[in-house]
Design a protein around this ligand. Structure first.
Ligand code: SF4
Length: 672
């Protein structure tokens, strides 16, 4: 299997100074993509493409919610032809939105659609190949012959696109790589990039350059690495095509938003991305506002407070490797990243306050129970609490308050760098030292490095905070400072939806690179109402997913656990890999996902895919443990991994059958 070049690391303009990575401009109708044009927002319809009225009306709702482009599935020539009626009706109603035809497996539908709409999307994993999940040994000659076979199938489409001025997205999906690519590269980021570049090279041989590229995956680590590698390999080959960013099968609700923000936001932070689609298992008009909120942050990012450039990059951005730290009181080493609950602004009255962060006190037995979202650290600032906290939870107080405590062993001090350097008072076991890039001076780091009682808390006030925190984390690697590090970020004047998206981006960007032994969000003036401060996103489509009477501490605790799960560094719940649905979908994805979630959400760590159709679903379920896939009207086919275990089960029995399969496998637990 091919390896990436560990010395060739460049995948963006700069790791310390924000600027957009400049790509070529591709005209898509009258809304160009790439270059200095704004990052474009897009989404995909879920209606039956043959239902012109429903598709037109949904497209209009999507445009009203902020979409610059709208994608519509064209599974066969019939639907491809109907794009003409849809387009005409939209134009009649005054909507000039560029349309994109989504193609899988059907070159003849693609060639027809390319004469009608402004852009076609092809999946290089299935345009010329049908997947049989076979490993085939290719000699170089055989491999070349395969490329020639693809050229033959693909060339007619390129010709039509050239003739009609139609743009094309060559969109790789991690889950649907061809057997040929899988056999040679495995399901790796390199395989994903090669899969697209094989098609791009054919286009370039024909002098066709109106191309946009995407590297989607449901696994956020793979997705980020693939986009980075794509930039690197495009640069090596003198290409600069615009990037369409997205996380596939992200699911819906809070989890879908966290996962999308984490994957897409990590790339946006480094200036990558020319158009984005947030895929949610919800009506498509709810996707654009999320995408708009994500993009909004970078409109004024240039000109941020300067960060000293990085001279030596100590890690490989194309592979995941966790930063090595020593183990200290449950932090660092091989421990999962910890979650800090910030209760410094909350006056606590009794034990029930801790229900919000996963601890439940039984008054009769005076014992605590905890759930899978139980926080690890309780930051109390300069306030004490009138009851004993559970054993597993570590109380942390401000240093000045802690030194006055009669019983210092009830918690641990949080000191700033000057307090740490200037005083000998500290805990024998565990001290938290908080600072930023300026206060963690070389002298301070030398001292901390020798002190095996210190967990560093890294904060930032820089608007380009991920880059600043990454800068100091790189320094720690180079200086071999191995104390555990908690990454802390502060948020204010946002609504809860923005808080969820921005914290997912900020923590996720570092976690995905193997940084962070804990995460801590400090929040101030956060409004619960999504309609309050979200000026930029179309308000009626903003969702906050907050139940009445839920405290902000509860919401942020849930979000932090969600971020760790989405970054794949701490698993605390069942993972749902749900396709966003489209015109091929054979059942109500939102209701079905909800129904499956209700019955299985206690199965921590189990990955369940819920896919709307058997044409693309199985290929795109990525690394799910079980799959629930629509295989006909009222029929569901159930998978264990990539293998079919029950075929065409009637819908009414399908969830029970899925649970039986999980039971047979020994992965079932009875809910509490
Ligand atoms: S898996 Fe879902 S989104 Fe993908 S083609 Fe099938 S129904 Fe559409």
């Amino acid at each position: 299997m091919h390896q990436t070049n560990r010395n060739a690391k460049k995948y963006c303009n700069s790791l310390t100074e924000y600027s957009r990575f400049k790509t070529r401009v591709v005209n898509i109708g009258d809304i160009p993509c790439g270059g200095d044009y704004p990052i474009r927002i897009q989404s995909m319809t879920t209606t039956d493409t043959m239902d012109t009225k429903a598709t037109v009306e949904q497209t209009i709702r999507m445009v009203e919610s902020g979409c610059d482009y709208v994608r519509i599935t064209a599974p066969s020539k019939l639907e491809a032809q109907n794009l003409d009626s849809i387009k005409k009706e939209l134009r009649n109603r005054g909507y000039t939105v560029p349309l994109i035809a989504d193609i899988h497996f059907t070159p003849n539908a693609a060639e027809l659609a390319a004469r009608i709409v402004e852009k076609v999307r092809v999946n290089p994993g299935n345009y010329a190949d049908r997947k049989k999940f076979q490993t085939i040994e290719y000699t170089d000659t055989n491999y070349k012959a395969e490329i020639e076979r693809i050229r033959e199938k693909f060339t007619p489409l390129v010709k039509v696109c050239k003739e009609y001025g139609t743009a094309m997205r060559i969109g790789t999906n991690h889950g649907s790589l061809s057997d040929r690519i899988m056999s040679r590269y495995g399901d790796t980021p390199l395989g994903m990039v090669e899969s697209a570049l094989e098609f791009v090279r054919i286009c370039e041989d024909m002098n066709y350059y109106d191309i946009v590229l995407s590297m989607k995956a449901s696994n956020t680590q793979v997705m980020v690495q693939a986009y980075r590698l794509l930039i690197k390999m495009m640069e090596d080959e003198g290409m600069n095509y615009p990037l369409h960013l997205g996380v596939t099968e992200a699911g819906g609700g809070e989890d879908g938003r966290v996962k999308s923000a984490l994957g897409i936001g990590t790339l946006l932070e480094d200036g990558l991305g020319d158009t984005i689609r947030v895929s949610l298992t919800e009506d498509p008009e709810y996707e654009a506002p999320v995408a708009i909120s994500l993009v909004q942050r970078y409109k004024s990012r240039s000109g941020h407070k300067e960060i000293k450039p990085i001279e030596e990059e100590p890690k490989d951005p194309f592979n995941y490797e966790r930063r090595h730290s020593f183990e200290l009181s449950g932090f660092g080493g091989s421990n999962v990243p910890r979650v800090v609950a910030d209760f410094s602004k909350r006056k606590m009255k009794n034990q029930t306050d801790l229900n919000d962060i996963g601890y439940f006190h039984n008054a009769e037995t005076d014992k605590w129970n905890m759930n899978d979202l139980a926080a690890d650290v309780l930051y109390l600032g300069s306030e004490d609490i009138p009851f004993d906290i559970p054993n597993g939870l570590k109380a942390v107080y401000d240093f000045d308050f802690w030194i006055k405590l009669e019983n210092k062993s009830k918690g641990f001090p949080l000191m700033n760098v000057s307090q740490y350097l200037g005083s000998n008072q500290r805990s024998k076991e565990l001290n938290f030292v908080v600072g930023n890039i300026s206060s963690f001076t070389p002298d301070a780091l030398d001292k901390i490095k020798q002190d095996k009682t210190v967990v560093m808390v890294l904060e930032t006030s820089n608007v380009h905070g991920v880059a600043e925190q990454r800068r100091i984390l790189f320094d720690l690697l180079l200086k071999k400072v191995e104390n555990p590090v908690i990454v802390k970020r502060g948020y204010q004047n946002l609504n809860l939806d923005e808080l969820r998206l921005y914290s997912s981006t900020d923590f996720g960007s570092l976690l995905i690179d193997g940084f962070g032994d804990g995460i801590w969000a400090e929040i101030k003036n956060i409004s619960e109402d999504g309609k309050n401060s979200n000026e930029h996103a179309k308000k009626e489509y903003v969702r906050t997913f907050v139940q009445k009477h839920e405290s902000k501490e509860k919401v942020i605790n849930r979000t932090l656990f969600g971020i760790l799960q989405a970054a794949r560094v701490r698993i605390s719940k069942t993972e749902y890999i749900a396709c966003p649905s489209c015109g091929r979908t054979l059942f109500d994805l939102q209701d079905t996902t909800e129904m499956i979630r209700k019955r299985t959400e206690h199965l921590k760590g189990v990955k369940i895919a819920i896919m709307g159709c058997i044409v693309n679903g199985p290929g795109e379920m990525a690394d799910a443990d079980y799959g629930y896939v629509g295989s006909g009207v009222g029929k569901i086919t159930l998978y264990k991994g990539k293998d079919i275990v029950r075929r065409n089960v009637p819908t009414e029995n399908a969830v029970d059958s899925l649970i039986n399969i999980i039971k047979e496998d020994g992965n079932w637990l009875e809910p509490n």
